[in-house]
Write a protein that binds this ligand. Sequence first.
Ligand code: ATP
Ligand code: MG
Length: 299
Amino acid sequence: MSSAEQAARFLKELEPEDIRVLLAIEKVLRAREQVSADYIANSTKLHVDEVEYRLSRLNAKGFIVKRNQGYSLVSSGLDVIALYAFVKRGLISGMGRALGVGKEADVFEAINDKGDLYAIKFFRIGRISFRDIKRKRAYTSPLYSHQWLVVNMGAAKREYMVLKKLYPIGVAVPEPIAVERHAILMRKVFGSRLSEWRDIDNPKRVLIEILSNLRKAYIEGGIVSSDLSEYNILYDGEKICIIDWPQAVGKEHPNSLILLDRDVLNILTFFRRKFKIDCPLEAATFYVRGWSDNLPIKA
Ligand SMILES: Nc1ncnc2c1ncn2[C@@H]1O[C@H](COP(=O)(O)OP(=O)(O)OP(=O)(O)O)[C@@H](O)[C@H]1O
Ligand SMILES: [Mg+2]
């Protein structure tokens, strides 16, 4: 079972004292790597025996780890905190199946009381694979390093801010609902990654759709994805949706045009290779930058 699934399951048996202890550890995340039972007792006003009990329970479930001078929060503990917050805010009532497990995030389906479907993206930057552990002979996973949790919270916030900017101006991105810690709650998008489509009805129209969305994001939103590829575009046979924006940069970034051109090149290369659609790179980049309105595509 994945860490987020464990967290979701635990939410059902979570008691107020558990979350108080987790929140007390999280509160000092940036300042302290390890937190002692005494410190937590002091900040939560819980009896130290109660704190000890909660700590050993959370430790046994893998939400925190015991170290020589106290306890540290780990990724799945932060999953509990984020899920708890979404539920408490009344945004979701349950978590479902995995929608995607990427290099830098795990994405799960979620649902609210009315049956609306959402996607939760939990950031996992710094996660080390089992193979890496063996290869590098590293016995302490960087997941235990609380600094990665801080990095992931920053990434979630950045991607959320980008979606908040692009969605209202009509760029085809998932509708952002909320951000909590290292997790973004967004509307579920249907369809599958463009890379998985063998054949599409009107590839020329789809290419135009993608480029015009990049143009809008750049000109009206002042934003460049800088990680665009056929893997970060979802398509349902009709509409496209561009996902995965944590590394996006603003127009004012010194490399923004280079990154924008690279995004365009990735897409043109994919369409040329897979669908035999041709569009000169220069014309496409001029179009996306807003320097011309002309998009000469040969199908
Ligand atoms: N809003 C959404 N609705 C439905 N599915 C989604 C949504 N967001 C992401 N996914 C699914 O989760 C997968 C991973 O999402 P995303 O690309 O944002 O994360 P990632 O970890 O950066 O992925 P990768 O490392 O593969 O690029 C996507 O390929 C997609 O299948
Ligand atoms: Mg991705």
